[in-house]
Design a protein around this ligand. Structure first.
Ligand SMILES: [Zn+2]
Length: 272
């Protein structure tokens, strides 16, 4: 699950499958919606010339999409050797089992319930595969099992749904929590300032090329929304739907259910 809570100002060039960096190739899943933007980004990672591909987020259980992933890897003479999940929401993980059947690769995930024939995924560890070293960064908040992946040699940070390519993400309460989400955004901002992070490769929407500015904007947006919720609560309103109607009045109604999850997460954070 994801979702943008702000309409985009202007729609840029269409976001579509293809090579996006030296090490990252996008296969865009055919599941566009208000929640998933252009669809789920399935990232295929490998160093140039490597004979192995790592798939990050197989996406929905859509046979054509999963076959396109396998075909891209085979065309590069680099069969899929590992599958990694940024988190377990279905738009990222539902195709994992079918992709395992097509490739024989295992699925690595923070949540043991999403692993298939492979070990887990732990913050701080480095995955050496596809000719790359990929550092796992634990970023709970959007969901309790969210993780980001850093390819420091080329400065690419895969953010799953912690940061999206347009608009903002959702704290998917009750599994997602507001306090950890703020901490994860601060951690990513510090990482962007201290490590080689030149771009963000999100779980939905296009690559973002100014990571520190994006993360500052995300933090400012979250803190501004929290102030708005706090102000409404201080006037005696604690019903989540009523708070959404006031704070998210300018947001399309299709996204209000997502907004309500974020509001419930904020109410819990404020201990209302
Ligand atoms: Zn998603």
């Amino acid at each position: 699950m994801s979702g943008r809570l702000l309409p985009s100002a202007a729609d840029p060039a269409p976001w579509q499958s293809g090579a996006k960096t030296d090490a990252a190739h996008l296969v865009l899943a055919p599941n566009p919606s208000a929640w998933t933007l252009d669809g789920t980004n399935t990232w295929l990672l490998r160093a140039p010339g490597s004979s192995e591909t790592i798939v990050v987020d197989p996406g929905p259980d859509h046979p054509g999409h999963l076959e396109a992933i396998v075909a891209e890897a085979l065309a590069a003479q680099a069969p899929v050797g590992a599958i990694v999940l940024t988190h377990g929401h279905a738009d990222h993980s539902a195709g994992a089992r079918r992709l395992v059947g097509l490739t024989g690769a295992g699925v690595r995930a923070v949540d043991p319930g999403h692993r298939l024939g492979a070990e887990g995924l732990t913050g701080g560890e480095v995955i050496a595969a596809g000719g790359l070293e990929i550092r796992v960064v634990s970023t709970p908040g959007h969901s309790s099992d969210s993780a980001c992946l850093l390819i420091e040699t080329e400065g690419s940070l895969l953010t799953g749904d912690t940061v999206l390519g347009r608009g903002t993400s959702v704290v998917a309460w009750p599994d997602g929590e507001f306090g950890p989400y703020l901490e994860s955004l601060r951690l990513l901002r510090d990482l962007a300032n201290s490590s080689n992070v030149q771009r963000l490769l999100p779980g939905h929407g296009p690559v973002l090329t100014d990571p520190a500015a994006v993360l500052d904007r995300y933090l400012a947006h979250r803190e501004a929304r929290l102030d708005e919720v706090r102000a409404v609560v201080s006037r005696g309103t604690t019903d989540p739907a009523a708070i959404v109607a006031e704070v998210y009045a300018a947001t399309p109604r299709a996204l209000w259910p997502a907004a309500e999850l974020s509001v419930r997460a904020q109410l819990e954070f404020l201990r209302v």
